[in-house]
Design a protein around this ligand. Structure first.
Ligand SMILES: NC(=O)c1ccc[n+]([C@@H]2O[C@H](COP(=O)([O-])OP(=O)(O)OC[C@H]3O[C@@H](n4cnc5c(N)ncnc54)[C@H](OP(=O)(O)O)[C@@H]3O)[C@@H](O)[C@H]2O)c1
Length: 366
């Protein structure tokens, strides 16, 4: 622990270590920041683990619609830690300038949920955001029913891989997964995907593949990509028309494009129910409650995610090196010299596998 006191005029402040964003677009740096004091409605949390999700990156870079506008602020939108009485919790959405990537944070009590005993801090921190994306989309927005068919557009990232597993856990009869990387796509069968569709160059072939699947009935689409592939999907669905039941289409991410071209006639001519899921379309306290539910189900569901644990002191290097092969999770520990990004070590991921009887950590290449 790196706490020290400074005196400025009459005021004495306790400092802690944090990942600080000092200006728009700047990579966070490991630096001193005042330790926050909780108000009556807030809880002080000693942070143990905080994950580097696309939301965390987007907010830190100022690109996300919910980004903070005043600098400096502490990076990190959620994490795992302990209250003063030792209660272990997942917490979300500390108010800027506070953030999750620090030794301490303060969070409104209604944005904290207790963790199941068997779930490790790092795993819980890694799974919460990507797992929530589909858990909430299925349960709250699409209201997925057992026996239905789901298509996940962009299923090769952390969120998509969990969306495949969670769909099966919630009783989906058939899961169709799409992705641009054929190698990653192939690994999705072992997570429960029944059909995989590569998002290749040939648009006509892709549309024909989608049409075939829609003609057999797709009840729910979870879309992490938006952009061109969403246009192809929606066109294919419209071409199948009203002869099959409605399709609930949930926009969850925009990894391949922020905009699409959507002719009005396409919605008029087919039973597409278009909606979104995320911060804003679902109230924050509900999102946190759903994350609590997801984390309670994680061990029984055997959900898998590839994680990499990194000391918070290495935030600057790890932030720049991060890719979507593994979810980086920062943990508080003493500073040691960074190894840098290059040359990169052979890629090996720690895949956390959880089952009903024990918490088992395996290292394997996916
Ligand atoms: N609304 C919510 O509640 C919520 C919650 C969590 C995440 N999200 C959003 O969901 C998306 C995925 O999150 P994540 O955690 O899975 O991120 P991630 O682990 O970084 O994965 C990113 C995914 O996007 C794919 N991708 C990126 N650019 C692409 C392109 N141009 N064409 C096709 N595929 C592309 C990647 O494919 P490759 O495997 O081929 O690289 C990978 O599957 C992000 O946009 C994130 O902001 C939304």
């Amino acid at each position: 622990m790196c706490i020290m006191h400074i005196t400025s005029g009459l005021e004495s402040k306790t400092l802690m270590k944090a990942a600080l964003v000092r200006g728009a677009g700047q990579t966070p740096v490991y630096a001193d920041f005042p330790r926050p004091n909780p108000s009556a409605e807030e809880k002080l949390i000693k942070v143990t683990a905080a994950a580097l999700s696309p939301l965390t990156k987007g907010r830190a870079s100022g690109q996300h619609y919910s980004s903070a506008s005043h600098f400096p602020f502490v990076a990190g939108v959620d994490g795992v830690g302990r209250f003063a009485d030792g209660t272990r919790v997942y917490f979300a959405l500390p108010e800027p300038p506070n953030g999750a990537m620090a030794e301490f944070t303060v969070v409104s009590a209604d944005r904290c949920v207790p963790l199941p005993e068997d779930l490790e801090d790092v795993t819980a921190a890694a799974i919460a955001n990507p797992g929530m994306s589909s858990w909430v989309a299925y349960k709250r927005r699409a209201k997925l029913k057992a026996g239905e068919t789901v298509l996940i557009n962009g299923a090769t990232g952390a969120a998509g891989r969990l969306a495949v597993q969670i769909a099966k856990h919630l009783g989906a009869k058939k899961v169709i997964a799409t992705g641009r990387n054929p190698e990653s796509l192939r690994t999705l069968a072992s997570l429960g995907a029944d059909v995989t569709i590569a998002l290749g160059e040939d648009q006509a072939a892709l549309e024909s593949n989608f049409r075939k699947e829609f003609a057999s009935g797709i009840d729910v689409v979870i879309d992490y990509l938006w952009g061109k592939s969403a246009e192809v999907l929606l066109n294919a669905r419209a071409e199948v028309g009203g002869e099959v039941g409605p399709t609930r289409y949930v926009e969850v991410g925009a990894a391949s494009g922020a905009q699409i071209n959507l002719p009005g006639a396409l919605l008029r001519s087919s039973a597409i129910e278009l909606m979104g899921s995320g911060i804003g379309s679902v109230p924050s306290d509900c999102l946190v409650a759903y994350i609590g539910e997801l984390l309670q189900a994680t061990i029984a569901g055997g959900f898998k995610i590839a994680v990499k644990s990194v000391p918070l002191s290495e935030v600057e290097t790890a932030w720049s090196c991060d890719d979507n092969a593994t979810r980086s999770v920062f943990t508080c520990s003493k500073r040691r010299k960074s190894e840098g990004c290059s040359p990169r070590p052979a890629r090996r991921r720690r895949v956390v596998t959880l089952n009903t009887t024990s918490s088992l950590n395996k290292t394997e290449a996916l």
